[in-house]
Design a protein around this ligand. Structure first.
Ligand SMILES: Nc1ncnc2c1ncn2[C@@H]1O[C@H](COP(=O)(O)OP(=O)(O)O)[C@@H](O)[C@H]1O
Ligand SMILES: [Mg+2]
Length: 280
C-alpha cells in the first residue's frame, strides 16, 4: 500500500456533488500568528477550487496589508469602503463593501491599511469580539463558504475572526520551528471556544511549502500527525515558485497554471474539506 506524505494510505477524495441550493455559508478562519506560512495563498486557492466545484465563495481580507485583495486583482488602497467601514460604521453593511473578482463565483470583502486602526478602536466597542460575526450575518445566506484570511497576530481582529467562524484551518510551513507557534494558537482557539464560540471546530492543519525531497519536511509532517492526528489534512501543499508567480499575476493558481500540481493540490484540499464536512 502506498502511503501519502502524512503517513496514511494515499487515497483520492470524491468529486463533490453539485449543490442545488446555496447558503447559509460555513465560515472558516485561516489562522496562524506567524506571517509567510501560506494563509493568503491558501485562502485564494482553496476558495478558487471550491468555486470550481460550484460553491459560492466569499473571501474576507482581514489583514491591513491587503495581500488577499491584491492577490485577487483588487486595488484595495483606492477603496473608500472596506471591511474596516463595515465593522466600525453602523450604517455600512457588508453588501456595500463586497466586490466581485475575476474568479467566477468568488466575491471579496476587501481590506486596506485602514483596518490597522480597528484593533485599537474596537477595544471601546460593546461586544467587541463579535463585530465581524455580526457584519457577516447579513450576507451568510448568499454564499456556501466564507473564508477569512487573518493577519499574522492573535489580537482582537483574529479573535473576531475566530468568533465569527464555524471552523479554523491552520496553515503552517513544514519546518520544525513552525510547531512551537501552534501551541499558543491552539490555546487561543480554546479560549475562544470557552468564552465566545463553543461550537468552533479545528477543521484541519495544513502543511504548506512541503519539500518531499528532504527528510526534514517529512519528519515535521510525522510530528504534526503525532500531535494533531486526523486533524492534519492528508493533502499537503508542496513548495513551488508558481504560487509567487500566480500572486504577481493576481490570479489563483487554479486559473494561472490550471494543470500545475499546485492547482491540483488545492483542488484535492477542497475535496478533502468537503468530504470531512468542513464545507457544503
Ligand atoms: N506552497 C508554496 N510554495 C512556495 N511558496 C509559497 C507557497 N505558499 C505560499 N508561498 C509564498 O510564500 C509567501 C508567503 O505566503 P502567504 O500566503 O502570503 O503567507 P501568509 O498569508 O501566511 O503571510 C508568498 O510569497 C507566497 O507566494
Ligand atoms: Mg497573508
Amino acid at each position: 500500500m502506498q502511503l501519502g506524505p502524512t503517513g496514511r494510505p494515499l487515497r483520492d477524495f470524491p468529486e463533490p456533488q453539485p449543490l442545488s441550493t446555496h447558503g447559509p455559508a460555513r465560515i472558516i478562519a485561516m489562522v496562524n500568528q506567524k506571517g509567510g506560512v501560506g494563509k493568503t495563498t491558501s485562502t485564494i486557492n482553496l476558495g478558487a477550487a471550491l468555486a470550481e466545484y460550484g460553491r459560492k465563495v466569499l473571501m474576507v481580507d482581514f489583514d491591513p496589508q491587503g495581500a488577499l485583495s491584491a492577490g485577487l486583482g483588487v486595488s484595495s488602497h483606492e477603496l473608500d469602503t472596506t471591511v474596516y467601514n463595515v465593522m466600525m460604521e453602523r450604517n455600512v453593511h457588508a453588501r456595500d463593501a463586497i466586490v466581485p473578482t475575476n474568479v467566477e463565483d468568488v466575491d471579496l470583502l476587501p481590506a486596506n491599511i485602514d483596518l490597522s486602526a480597528a484593533e485599537v478602536q474596537l477595544v471601546n466597542e460593546v461586544a467587541r469580539e463579535q463585530v465581524l460575526a455580526r457584519a457577516l450575518r447579513d450576507v451568510a445566506d448568499d454564499y456556501d463558504v466564507i473564508l477569512i484570511d487573518c493577519q499574522p497576530s492573535l489580537g482582537l481582529l483574529t479573535v473576531n475572526a475566530l468568533t465569527a467562524a464555524h471552523g479554523v484551518i491552520i496553515p503552517l510551513i513544514a519546518e520544525f520551528f513552525a510547531l512551537r507557534a501552534v501551541a499558543l494558537l491552539v490555546e487561543t482557539i480554546e479560549k475562544v471556544q470557552d468564552r465566545l464560540n463553543p461550537d468552533l471546530n479545528i477543521d484541519g492543519v495544513l502543511a504548506t511549502m512541503y519539500d518531499a525531497r528532504t527528510l526534514h519536511s517529512r519528519e515535521v509532517v510525522t510530528r504534526l500527525v503525532e500531535a494533531f492526528g486526523d486533524k492534519v489534512f492528508e493533502t499537503v501543499i508542496r513548495r513551488t515558485i508558481r504560487f509567487a508567480d500566480a500572486t504577481v499575476a493576481a490570479e489563483p493558481i487554479t486559473s494561472y497554471a490550471s494543470n500545475h500540481q499546485g492547482a491540483d493540490a488545492y483542488r484535492q484540499l477542497a475535496r478533502e474539506l468537503i468530504a470531512r464536512g468542513g464545507a457544503p
